[in-house]
Write a protein of this length. Sequence first.
Length: 701
Amino acid sequence: MTDYTKTTDFAIKDTLTSGDTNKVIKGAEFDVEFNNIATAIATKVDQTNTKNFDTTANLIASTGSYSEGDYLTVSDGGYTYKVASSGATNNHLVTAGSVKLYVLPDQHGFVPLRAMNVTVSDTMTAAESADNVATELQLLLNEGYDVSISGFVHISANVDTNGRQIVGTGKRTSGFFCSTAASGITMTDQGSELHNFTIESDYTAEVLLTVGTGVQGNTSNDLTCSNLLVQNAAVRCLLVKEYSNWGAVECTFKRSGNRTGSAITDSSRATAEIRSVGYMTDCNITGATGWSLLLSYPQDGSWEENKFIFQGGRIHTGAEGLVRFVSYYPNGRQPCIFDGVLWENPGVTGNPGVSYSGVQEAIQAIGPGAEIQIINSRKATMRRATVFLSAQDQGVIKIDKVPPLKAQLLGGSAQCKFANTILARTVTFASGIYVSDPGVLVDNGGTIYAPDPALIPFTTTASFDSNQWVAVDNYREPGTIVADSFPEVASDGTIDDYSAFSELIEVSTKKKQPTITFLNKTFVRSLLDGTSTTSVNKNPSGSTLSLTTTSGEYLTNGSAIEVDTASTTATANINYTFDVEEDLVGRTLMLVAVFAYKQVGATFGSDGNVKATLRIQEVGGTCFPDDSRSENTTIEESVGDGNVTGFYRAVHMFQPITSGTFKATLLYDSRNVSRDDHLLLDSLDLWAVKSSQGGEYLVSQ
């Protein structure tokens, strides 16, 4: 119902001087006025047959008779009702006198839920035991009405927005209590909106807020929500299904998975799971017994619009980690962008919190289609997580403007690292595995499978169901991390203190390219360039050192160091001692070894593989860590007798504390076994990586 408001002040035109252009009365001005008047008249209630009641309860209790088309009003709330025909079946209410009524929208175009004569409580606690209002709410939404809510109500079924809006008065003053496993709110169709209220359960409702249907061709577009508090779900506070286009602003998604006192009751529950294109701005995701945020896209990559952006806000307090992004779709990476995010407290569930020993890396990118881009992060506090960034199974993480990395000594254990690159973990298939997210990989008869993201969560049965799984053996190699620099570090609040760190990085060896790249780095010098064996040591002791100039057995400088392992049962390595000058003390240094293998005999290694790692040790100088190595990587090859594999890159980092002598060791097979293959070492180089502690190392030209 619109009031008429005058747009043009015609009287003031009489005071203007002749010739003033504003003195002219224009037809367009009259047109605006008459349109406003027509709108006001058309939307006003006909007062010729109207009755007013003090409350909705009094209206419903009335026994009076009214004619179809009459209007009834309620003073408490300002609600207006229109009398329906006696044969109507789509009416909203019926009075004690059998008069059927429609509730009319208010002046803002919304139907107040209170006008439906439902129980609306002043607190969420009171709403828990109130009558269910899901039927009345769904009726309004199905008929195309936008709905407003003031206060708290109880729903025991799922409510579908059907392209309409639900608007509250604020997170502290309005909301829904969801009392059954299936209860919650689902956003579907075009243009659904949710604003300014709370959706809450007592860990009974499985999914509190669902976005989309997950059906291709039934795409839900322009779904938006703002200023929501969604908390205490059994499985997910937020689930965004495939083929949706959605966004959230200033929303908090908080606590999934039940916990009792100091124990987790329902483990591996994610606070939010997103499977489609969308954005979140200034949002807060926290309090999971599993991952705070899960990301996955359709397994076949059939929808090209997958891109997720999380800007500002905070992701924190996930028992297993903060972000896990899984995509085994190989034909194009699907980026997820995190801009200006605060990362905090992996390994706990909330305040007062439950510490969880099963915490993994804080941020994971898993699979060839997974790419995480991180820029302008404000802080990264690791709490219980051992690693900040982890790229697995060809996943990629790119990070620019690396945030300060803060770790804690927990129980006296130094455990934190900046990054690792590894194979995604697997479990042997068995009955009773709770497949909580798309990163739960199983080994079934020697084949590695990832679950179909559209089907999770589920629990395995005794028989392997191939419809639930996708084979991912082809993608089982370490991922890649690209960083602009190495971060500032702190232990228990003290800057430049590594006491809560076990290493700087622990990355795998990979063919053709290193698994970690720093964009801001300076070449210091080549320790070994493949042209000399002077001062080079090797093991087994019976092996021989030589130089090879055979084409294909080196990359640079026309030769490589060749080591014959002599079929001795021992670890196989080559090592070199070098000096670090005072000018490099305090800087973040990186060793890069480039090498290949020449297979000898029918079998590569002792049984088809070797394990390679790059090690740095103190000799006369001191460094952090004092003795550490890169990820011990399994390399499987079968190139045939006399043939050469591709060239691998092994990377490791350290920070000199004093100048002096250090030893670099390439263990090209770290196992105590016998093998015949030869090592071909093309180069071993030393780089200085830009870091907050050491700055940028500049070499005069």
